[in-house]
Design a protein around this ligand. Sequence first.
Ligand code: FUB
Length: 449
Amino acid sequence: MNNIKLFFALGFILTLFTVNSGAQNPIIRDQFSADPTARVINGKVYVFPSHDIPTPPDKNLRENWFCMPDYHVFSSENLSDWTDHGVIVIQNKVPWVDSTSYSMWAPDCIEKNGKYYFYFPANKNVAGPNGRKGFGIGVAIADKPEGPYVPQENAIEGVFGIDPNILIDKDGQAYLYYSMRHIFVAKLKDNMTELASEPVAIANLPEKGLKEGPFVFERKGKYYLTFPHVENNTERLEYAMGDSPMGPYTMTGVIMDESETGCWTNHHSMIDYKGQWYLFYHHNDYSPKFDKNRSVCIDSLFFNADGTIKKVIPTKRGVGLSSAGSPIQIDRYSAIGEGATVEFIDSLNTFEGWKTVFDGSNAWVKYNAVEFSKKVKTLELKVLAESGGRIEVRSEKLDGPLVAKVEIPKTTGWKTIDAKTLKIEPGIHNVVVSSVNDAPVEIDWIRFK
Ligand code: FUB
């Protein structure tokens, strides 16, 4: 291969396989991502989110609104390292979509007989029989979950709405759920691209407050219709249970409360992966001042013995093991003590991530589930401490075995320093970092060598 060919081949590979490493929320850390539908396919987890972008100027788009041009797909085997397979569907390559609308909202994808059916809503480019363009739902089909996907010529006839979700029941019948004020359900034909029954609004759901984003699954013979609903101020994740895909359903409870920081939307999906259930949802972590630029997060989900769902409290830590040898972002802590806070490293470029600020003695953070695959001798830290400082790292708990005592020299900017570690056995450990004097210290990450 000559140099030019090699250059383009490498460029292609890098575009398709950007990896986000480390187990923490948000899981996608180089772009905004929202409305995640997770699916287990061939032993891996695939996430089909929508893609928020900041509104480009000069496009005559509504200000302070969703701006969503395309879809990526991501996959992971360990829920820690995520591969971005690149753009799979883009607004200007779908014949029925208004390619100036940036309205590619929440999608879903499902496998049937070796084909992958990707369902997505968007604004239509021609008005329907009612004279309105509005939202249609289309399908793009591929032979592999990562594509290439071929969009169908037209949106699904008879569907006016957003947030498609597909359930294939045990008898092979596929159902399309979607929302437009109510949550609707219709049977799909075998070809997965046409309706086999008229859409009907699902009964017995809350009358008041927006409902959208349905995600339906079956577990132990019970059907769970889960959806975001505005009971008070912003969306919270709720669910109803029933004995068949079309209902009747009975409202059962809340899966996740409203965002504490006011992100107006939430949108989710659930999977059972290797015997553990996970909730995928979104929050505006990288865009605290504008809640239409969101990011996908994951937390573990548990059922009660009677089949009801335990409420999920969103965490920064997320799920999965973090490798001791890779930078551990302790600002994604599993527990935090007084005096420690988390701030953006650069508030003008939030994708730079966060830092932990230890503002006095005894401030601490705990980061759980760090995998030490071999013996380590050195602790490396990226720190900033204008007056110098002193911190300790212990394993398991605040007063657990000492792993390292670190004297931090005075730094004028970020500096990477090394410290000797005491014995810590290979295995999975919590790591607790605490400051032991009053000098403020900022830490970007730590890792073990
Ligand atoms: O992402 C755009 C819209 O916001 C989705 O379609 C809704 O579910 C809400 O998340």
